[in-house]
Design a protein around this ligand. Structure first.
Ligand code: KIV
Ligand code: ZN
Length: 385
């Protein structure tokens, strides 16, 4: 299967990060944008976390029809029942239940034996299956879990009815080679692997979340968990727009498709930034203000001749305007002439030379030269000022 499901966790892992919490109404607005993007699954929240989150999940489950709506639950009865209840109105609901499996988490956080964790994992999945036949199970801190134990847990939860098994790199510790190898192991060595989808959930502590998610896909993952603008615990999760556009732009290399309507990426990213009050950095890949902007004369010259000289993606494919030549002190004559023409001025060579000299002086003083500045320069040249 050459299709990867996009599981969006902006409204759960993303919202968990300090500075990103949202009201129920804001979550619904964003859920609608995620549905329009055609994410396969949206994790709407953690039903047992608060009454507000329970209500938000219930509302999203009522309103969203085109994506599976999911709620997170620890492997305990209260959490799973809360998720099951919140998802009751969903056309398609998924319970995502998890328990940590790594030695560190077993000893210091859960204080549980391997056998006890295994028992809870199975009981959790079985209970979740009484609410829905779409159950995801995660081994929290999977990357730091012993492989033989992980295999045992996976096989047990598959027998219990899990349909998706997620391997979170909870602390963003893995590398592309390591995670690819892990997914190759899981998809070939786990009994019953052919009946489930393996999923990657990569955190960005070492700045590797997208690279690791792509490597996991190469290893056999057929679901990736990600968030708009890469938000999430600490340094965040795999950025949805980045992993999707990497797969699309390098389809020749990965041979994988997603169902995402990429033209909506920029607007969805902006909506999240506006709702949470966290602006997207200018240089952010895909959705940053500079992602498709060109200021230097050499680059502008190339782009004016053929956009592919400096653009590997079409800005309109992610919903960005194609007018992306930014005029500043690094810009050249070709870009100035093109912008003046767009503004309705045809400049003779001598006029262009004098407007260009005035433009360079202005650009040295200003960070960015706007259309109104160009108009003033051209009109000033015409009347000799
Ligand atoms: O990072 C993580 O381990 C998680 C799980 C709860 C899926 O977010
Ligand atoms: Zn996470």
């Amino acid at each position: 299967m050459n299709h990867v499901k996009i599981f969006d966790t902006t409204l759960r892992d993303g919202e968990q990060a300090p500075g990103f919490s949202m009201t129920g109404g804001q979550k619904l607005r964003l859920a609608k944008a995620l549905e329009a993007l055609k994410v396969d699954v949206m994790e709407a929240g953690f039903a047992a976390a608060s009454a507000g989150d329970f209500e938000a999940i219930k509302t999203i489950a009522t309103e969203v029809k085109d994506s599976v709506v999911c709620s997170l639950a620890r492997c305990n009865e209260g959490d799973i029942r809360a998720s099951g209840e919140a998802l009751k109105p969903a056309a398609r609901g998924r319970i995502h239940t998890f328990i940590a499996t790594s030695p560190l988490h077993r000893e210091f956080k859960l204080k549980m034996s391997k056998a006890e964790i295994l028992r809870r994992a199975v009981a959790g999945v079985e209970l979740a299956r009484t609410y829905t036949d779409d159950v995801e199970f995660s081994c929290e801190d999977a990357i730091r879990t012993e492989r033989d134990y992980m295999k045992t847990v996976c096989e047990a939860v598959i027998r219990a009815g899990a349909t998706t098994i997620n391997m979170p790199d909870t602390v963003g510790y893995t590398t592309p080679e390591e995670i690819q190898d892990l997914f190759e192991f899981l998809t070939t060595q786990v009994e019953g692997a052919e009946n489930v989808i393996f999923s990657a959930h990569c955190h960005n502590d070492l700045g590797l979340a997208v690279a690791n998610s792509l490597a996991a896909i190469r290893g056999g993952a057929r679901q990736v968990e990600c968030a708009l603008n890469g938000i999430g615990e600490r340094a965040g999760n795999c950025a949805l727009e980045e992993v999707v556009m990497a797969l699309r732009t390098r389809k020749d290399f990965f041979g994988i498709t997603t169902g995402i309507e990429t033209q909506g990426l920029y607007a969805a990213s902006k909506l999240l930034a506006t709702i949470t009050g966290n602006p997207v950095p200018r240089n952010k890949a895909i959705v940053g203000k500079n992602a498709f902007a060109h200021e230097s004369g050499i680059h502008q010259h190339g782009v004016l001749a053929n956009r592919e000289t400096y653009e590997i993606m079409k800005p309109e494919d992610v919903g960005v305007s194609t007018d992306n030549l930014v005029l500043g002190k690094h810009s050249g004559r070709a870009a100035l002439k093109a912008r003046a023409e767009k503004l309705g001025f045809t400049l003779a060579d001598n006029q262009l030379a004098s407007v260009f000299a005035a433009f360079k002086t202005l650009a040295d003083d200003k960070k960015e030269v706007f259309d109104s500045d160009i108009e003033a320069l051209v009109l000033g040249e015409a009347v000799g000022v």
